[in-house]
Design a protein around this ligand. Structure first.
Ligand code: 5GP
Ligand code: MN
Length: 342
């Protein structure tokens, strides 16, 4: 755990400030939940906080309280730039390195004259002035709760803050099932329910809001599933044509990789999703046990993340990317075998 400049940050925030809060590109439930929760909390403390997201986020997160007040950097560029230029401090939530916001937004942040405060649970964080980093914690939302706790402000958590934090903890822990879910996580969740998070409504808003096309796309993805039993590996591919066939919307492929990991005997899963707009194959990796997909992705696919969940990309074609991947897994045979636990 790294806690840097906390007391200084506390004194800085003793005066009302203009604050911008940023999550990573292609934000997930934890990125949106943590940024909005922190916004609600800082607003209650008398600051003026604005959430600026690099790009679009999935429809199933649009119901979150405060969602309509956020700016999208790629789409509402002048409002976003203005908010950033007028701010005294920028919070960076749920990402460890400035490049994770994308090229254009990174250029703006590189020129930012004031300080950054990072709250994040990914490995190898960039050096910024104020930092709360802990790779042991399941979600940035749990860290925001603990940040509020360190400020002795738990009583300021209202239903809006609680709802946003619950959502990010739920999505980053796979609904409280990953190893990162601790008894403390459950105690925090209990407190968030007491403070007004309607748990049944949150689960249903996030997980029971599929379109028919999204289910058909999942069907397509599952029919493309390939298994490499020798390497305890399974992977899924989705081409741009297949995405178009089922009217792909942002977030439609979220969680699909977990179906590959749900196979008995599999400890390493990947999904390769063609993105012709960016001319890349976007990849998600998941593992069970000791096999670090963070390292695998860092070493071979320009990415990173956590030990058991990471992302990356490839500039090759789909066929070449899959060929590179299958050749690579054979080099990790013994590690992959050792990673499997009954
Ligand atoms: P997902 O596969 O769900 O997109 O991401 C899994 C985890 O890896 C998340 O914590 C996410 O922030 C991280 N991640 C995803 N893509 C990248 C990437 O390109 N680079 C890095 N460093 N982390 C990533
Ligand atoms: Mn997260």
């Amino acid at each position: 755990m790294i806690l840097k400049g906390f007391e200084e940050l506390k004194s800085f925030l003793a005066t009302p400030r203009n604050i911008v809060i940023i999550g990573h590109r292609n934000p997930d439930g934890d990125a949106i939940g943590s940024t909005l929760a922190l916004k609600h909390y800082l607003d209650k403390k008398g600051h003026l906080a604005t959430v600026v997201m690099p790009n679009e986020y999935p429809d199933f997160l649009h119901w979150l309280p405060g969602s309509k007040t956020t700016f999208r950097f790629d789409w509402q560029n002048s409002q976003s730039q203005k908010a950033i230029n007028n701010s005294d401090l920028i919070f960076l939530l749920d990402f460890n390195a400035l490049h994770r916001v994308g090229f254009d937004m990174k250029n703006t942040l590189d020129a930012y004259p004031n300080d950054f405060a990072m709250i994040d649970h990914h490995q190898q964080p960039d050096a910024v002035k104020y930092m709360y980093s802990d790779t042991e914690i399941c979600s940035t939302c749990q860290m925001v709760y603990q940040f509020i706790e360190m400020n002795h402000d738990l009583e300021l958590i209202d239903a809006n803050v609680a709802t946003c934090l619950y959502t990010g903890i739920m999505t980053d822990t796979g609904s409280f099932r990953f190893r990162s879910t601790t008894s403390k996580t459950h105690r925090i969740i209990a407190d968030l329910i007491d403070k007004g998070a309607e748990n049944d409504r949150i689960h249903s808003n996030v997980y029971d809001s599929n379109s028919y096309d999204r289910l058909l796309l999942l069907g397509k993805a599952l029919s493309n599933l390939q298994i490499l039993p020798t390497y305890k590996t399974a992977y899924i591919t989705l081409t741009d044509a297949e995405k178009k066939q089922f009217d792909f919307q942002k977030g439609d492929t979220e969680g699909v990789v977990n179906y590959a990991l749900s196979l008995k005997g599999i400890s390493f899963a990947a999904i390769f999703i063609e993105d012709s707009e960016q001319a890349i194959i976007k990849i998600s990796f998941r593992s069970k046990g000791k096999f670090s997909v963070n390292k695998f992705s860092r070493n071979h696919f320009e990415g990173g993340g956590h030990d058991n969940a990471a992302g990356g990309k490839s500039d090759l074609t789909m066929a070449e990317t899959v060929a590179k991947f299958t050749a690579l897994v054979s080099e990790y045979k013994s590690e992959l075998e050792a990673s499997y636990e009954e």
